[in-house]
Ligand binder design. Structure first.
Ligand SMILES: [Zn+2]
Length: 254
């Protein structure tokens, strides 16, 4: 039985740890120190490191962890975080035998050019692409690419648990409310997520179903989202990708 833990790092990053009581794997270790103290406290051996993309706040701790544990490392084929020994792209599968886990890989470019997601066992580790009620910034890709990447994640089963890289949920919900003020499920989600933050708990994981109901970046064909985006743009927007591009821009200055 594998359980998942959030290891907080820096200001608002989460390093995800999967563990079975003797071994652990970590996803996106931006910093080694909080991972080492997590492992020590629970008396766990590190069995694998997974990375979704090359940003330092996701891989900065990788060299120190590998130097200590000599464990396998998995990361994107189409970008070059140093220290990755197995480079993965869409359609590949990877296994962590010590945890009895196998995960598939999706290419989800746009935040970075080679960003990948690890998918399986009713969960997805999606780094900085899909956030709870939001999405990542377009550092190395276009709005059309990000819309495609999000659509790929949105097609996962509704019960899939979403483990993303940052605790941005409440700020994302404030923006989502500006886009969709009449979304009742969004209002309910705000109450739920605010309560979690008040007791110091992560808002994550969410689920794909929850994101489909409340995340404006997955709802670019919804009439209220289209109307808000067009009001903000001051013109008609031809298709969902144009709507997506407009609200992504709007969020940058929100
Ligand atoms: Zn990033």
């Amino acid at each position: 039985m594998v359980s998942i833990h959030a290891i907080p790092a820096f200001r608002d990053n989460y390093i995800w740890a999967l563990e079975n009581g003797t071994h652990a794997a970590v996803v996106d270790p931006g910093d080694a120190a909080p991972v080492e103290s997590f492992l020590e406290k629970r008396n766990l051996q590190l069995a694998a490191v997974l990375a979704t993309h090359h940003h330092a706040d996701h891989v900065g701790g990788l060299p120190a962890l590998v130097a200590h544990w000599r464990c396998p490392t998995f990361g994107p084929a189409h970008e070059v975080p140093s220290g990755i020994d197995t480079r993965l792209a869409e359609g590949d599968r990877m296994t962590i035998p010590r945890l009895g886990i196998a995960l598939g890989v999706l290419d989800i470019p746009a935040h970075t050019a080679g960003h990948i997601a690890f998918v399986g066992e009713d969960m997805v580790f999606c780094g900085d692409t899909l956030f709870a009620c939001g999405c990542g910034r377009l550092f190395e890709g276009s709005a059309a690419q990000m819309a495609d990447s999000l659509a790929k994640l949105a097609r996962l089963p509704a019960a899939t648990r979403v483990y993303c890289g940052h605790e941005y949920t409440l700020a994302n919900i404030r923006f989502a409310e500006a886009v969709e003020p009449d979304n009742r499920k969004l209002a309910e989600r705000k109450v739920r997520e605010s309560a979690k933050r008040e007791r110091g708990a992560p808002t994550l994981p969410s689920t794909i179903g929850e994101e489909l109901a409340t995340n404006p970046f997955l709802r670019c064909a919804e009439p209220e989202v289209v109307a808000s985006a067009e009001r903000h743009a001051g013109r008609k927007l031809g298709d969902p990708v144009a709507v997506f591009a407009e609200i992504r821009e709007w969020k940058n200055s929100f």
